[in-house]
Design a protein around this ligand. Structure first.
Ligand SMILES: NC(=O)N[C@@H](CC(=O)O)C(=O)O
Ligand SMILES: [Zn+2]
Ligand SMILES: [Zn+2]
Length: 344
């Protein structure tokens, strides 16, 4: 096969940031994707409906002329989130989901949740109205090894929340383990999981062998090869609960290449070429559309996009190694192999 055409894909987990960074990043995603779930971990975070409305306007203003891109807004769940504000923002069509960050788990998560009992009323409201909860699933207990934090979160936090809030729709964001994939596929229609591009490509050796690679460092951190294989099987297996959320998370090079580098891989620019390569190698090119364009809308109860996107196979695709932004350069994720599928 030398050409494939899919429904236009969506990105169900994206960091666009704000200000100069947003201006540079909005076109990178809008070029290929129709919609994206916009993560709310700005500084300060997007907590209220009014803040989401204002952020949405800033995103729309950063899009290229004539872009049909739709940002799907989220609210950052805090211990003081008002259920009435959530209900109103959802009724107004302003927000699509809420995002749960355990306090301290990842970039800009200081306002996240420490005491899960405090968010119980919001979770009940969400369950009643079918508003999905997107979850960064890692415990922050310093006793728990960083490579075990996802699996421990499922047992200690996620499973109890789901049991005590029947009907709550949950997306396990950026799963990195076989444990995560197995839990997602056993969860029924109200549980989905996003998988990133980079976690299909790298394992923990890529970060650490032969010198530390700051541009491969993200959270949750990439795990052993058996886990990457499990994610690959999940993404390419045609199961409806798994869909693309790139977690494209730009940080400037000085912030990545530092004695205390930020977590996040920036993949918006070349994600579709990488995915086509990965799916082809897995003998599953025909399942790319399900993963990138159909399963996500189905979970979010939205129609699939009407227009299409075509990838053509040929000589290695050229993409910029860095995107220049008003805040500094951002390195584009290097999969470590040539990419042959070009987005037309
Ligand atoms: N994935 C990351 O490593 N970083 C994300 C935050 C997140 O999604 O956890 C970021 O905002 O930079
Ligand atoms: Zn996260
Ligand atoms: Zn993220």
């Amino acid at each position: 096969m030398t050409q494939i055409t899919l429904r236009r894909p969506d990105d169900w987990h994206l960091h666009l940031r704000d200000g100069e960074m947003l201006r540079a990043m909005a076109p990178e995603t809008a070029r290929h994707f129709c919609r994206a779930i916009i993560m709310p971990n700005l500084v300060p975070p997007v907590v209220t409906g009014d803040q989401a409305a204002a952020y949405r306007e800033r995103i729309l203003a950063a899009l290229p002329e004539g872009s049909g891109f739709t940002p799907l807004m989220t609210l950052y769940l805090t211990e003081t989130t008002d259920p009435a504000d959530v209900a109103k923002a959802h009724e107004d069509g302003l927000i699509t989901a809420l995002k749960l960050y355990p306090a301290g788990a990842t970039t800009n998560s200081a306002s996240g949740v420490r005491d899960f009992d405090k968010v119980r009323p919001v979770l009940e409201t969400m369950a009643d109205r079918g508003i999905p909860l997107c979850v960064h699933g890692e415990v922050v207990d310093p006793e728990v090894d960083i490579f075990d934090r996802e699996a421990v979160f499922i047992d200690r936090v996620l499973d109890p929340i789901r049991r005590s809030t029947p009907g709550l729709r949950v997306v396990m964001e950026h799963i990195t383990t076989k444990d995560g994939a197995d839990y997602a596929r056993a969860g029924g229609a109200d549980l989905g999981a996003t998988i990133t591009t980079h976690h299909l490509v790298i394992n923990r050796n890529h970060i650490l062998v032969g010198g530390i690679k700051p541009h491969y460092y993200c959270l949750p951190v990439a795990k052993r090869e058996i886990h990457r294989q499990a994610l690959l099987a999940a993404a390419t297996g045609g199961e409806a609960c798994f869909f693309l959320g790139t977690d494209s998370a730009p940080h400037t090079d000085p912030n990545k290449e530092s004695a205390c580098g930020c977590a996040g891989c920036f993949t918006a620019t070349n994600t579709l070429s990488i995915l086509a390569e990965v799916f082809e190698q897995a003998g599953a090119l025909d399942r790319l559309e399900g993963f990138a364009s159909l399963n996500g809308p189905r979970f979010y109860r939205l129609p699939a996009n009407e227009d299409t996107l075509t990838l053509t196979k040929g000589a290695p695709v050229q993409y910029p190694p860095k995107i220049e932004t008003g805040e500094g350069p951002v390195t584009v994720f290097d999969p470590g192999f040539p990419l042959h599928w070009r987005v037309e």
